[in-house]
Design a protein around this ligand. Structure first.
Ligand code: GUN
Ligand code: ZN
Length: 430
């Protein structure tokens, strides 16, 4: 069966952050042809209708068809403790996060939260996530089982910690390596799933554990590796005291085989010049988590400087340090943080960061994150007038960007008209 989706369409021929807004392609009456779970053609609705008279047509009218959102850094086990009050990073981890993560030794709890997490993210139009799990292998099985059942492209790994975490939430260098390897062999490359080697961050791993995971990455270079980097100044001071011979925070990873092109470094706010240079040199991915950075009080990511210097940047919620599951809300926070640094991100740049940019950070932009022939048909259809407040502002719009921006700033799950996974619509997501 061939499907033809009609509506406004938004796609990218390049990176608008570096190539300018002309890299964004909008059609007011566009069409998307879908065959076998993939996008077969993108064009004008009338042309595609004429060329494919037998296609089943779904006409979304004025709604906007886009690639589904990609969330490049999240913690699905923190779903139930999102919006926990009053702490900065280290206290927040100890007071809220670690007690909740302990509960994931119970496979039934892990399965329940994984299902809830995907219900929530899909209702917000997010079609791919890259998540941390907990130290428990059961938490990884729960995540991938649920993602597989829904046919999603999804990324995750067992979070490794062998110090500075409570009893019941620590592994060892050996068990972290062996459990990660076993899970990797079980899940990596199965259907649309990818395993991600996941040391939580330098303070909760010994140098021995970082080395063991660096060795595992060297043996499995097709895996991504995710961790946290330079999120808060207190954390950076703690890393200095734990690794006295390291040149800087990044060096604690670099010295243990954990710096490379498939590395995803969450936050990356307070970077030293050497760290910026090395991250650029190896073409590592920096993952900007704006709602988290304001909620936990971490600081202002240098989007302008880092994108100008050619860093690979993705956007993410960092649920539940981040205060929302929605990539719309996340784009709004990225806009606000950039404004505080005197840079107004264009709606095309924000949309690119939440779709193709995040996919590029995951090195999956050849498969997801854009509307183009050959790409997997993971889509979101956006209602650009989903609330009275948004509708009255969008009614004044002179072009697509002015029409889209109110939804970026004020939209939520009510803006998600439909979600398609691998060429099939979800029953009803909003
Ligand atoms: N640094 C180490 N672990 C975490 C986490 O779970 N959330 C955030 N925001 N930062 C971290
Ligand atoms: Zn995180």
């Amino acid at each position: 069966m061939t499907d033809l989706l009609i509506g406004q369409t938004l796609s990218f021929s390049g990176n608008p952050m570096t190539e300018g807004i002309a890299a964004a392609r909008h059609s007011a009456r566009g069409g998307l042809l879908i065959e076998g779970g993939k996008i077969a053609a993108v064009g004008e609705a009338d042309d595609l209708r004429r060329a494919h008279p037998d296609a089943r047509v779904t006409d979304y009218g004025d709604a906007l068809i886009s690639a589904g959102f990609v969330d490049a850094h999240a913690h699905y086990p923190q779903t139930a403790i999102i919006a926990s009050w009053g702490k900065r990073l280290i206290d927040w981890l100890n007071a809220y996060t670690f007690p909740e993560e302990m509960r994931f030794s119970d496979p039934a709890h892990a399965a329940g939260i994984a299902a809830r997490y995907f219900d929530l993210t899909l209702s917000m139009g997010t079609t791919t996530v890259c998540s941390y799990c907990t130290i428990h292998p059961e938490s990884v099985d729960a995540f991938f089982t649920e993602a597989q059942r829904r046919g999603l492209r999804a990324y995750a790994g067992k979070t490794c910690m062998d110090r500075n975490a409570p009893d019941g939430l620590r592994d060892t260098p050996q068990s972290a390596h062996d459990d990660s390897r076993r899970l990797l062999q079980k899940w990596h490359g199965v259907d649309r799933l990818s395993y991600v080697i996941t040391p939580r961050f330098s303070p909760t791993s010994t140098p021995e554990q970082l080395s063991a995971l660096g060795a595992l990455w060297a043996e499995n270079p097709s895996c991504l590796m995710q961790t946290h980097l330079s999120e808060q100044t207190d954390e950076i001071a703690w890393v200095k005291s734990l690794y006295p011979s390291a040149r800087d925070y990044l060096d604690t990873y670099e010295a243990h085989g954990l710096l490379g092109p498939g590395g995803l470094y969450g936050h990356a706010i307070h970077l030293e010049p050497r760290e910026r240079d090395r991250l650029r040199e190896v073409d590592a991915s920096l993952i900007h988590c704006p709602t988290s950075n304001t909620f936990i009080g971490s600081g202002l990511f240098d989007m302008d400087g880092l994108s100008a210097s050619g860093h690979r940047i993705g956007l993410a919620t960092d649920t539940g340090g981040g205060s929302s599951f929605s990539m719309l809300r996340t784009m709004a926070a990225a806009y606000e943080i950039a404004q505080l640094r005197h840079r107004a991100l264009h709606p095309a740049e924000l949309w690119w960061l939440a779709t193709e940019g995040a996919a590029r950070a995951l090195r999956a932009d050849d498969r997801i994150g854009n509307l183009a022939p050959g790409m997997e048909a993971d889509l979101v259809v956006i209602d650009l007038a989903s609330t009275p407040a948004i509708a009255q502002r969008a009614a004044r719009a002179g072009d697509i960007w002015e029409a889209l921006f109110p939804t970026i700033m004020m939209g939520d799950d009510r803006a998600i008209r439909s979600v398609w996974i691998a060429g099939r619509p979800l029953p009803k997501t909003a």
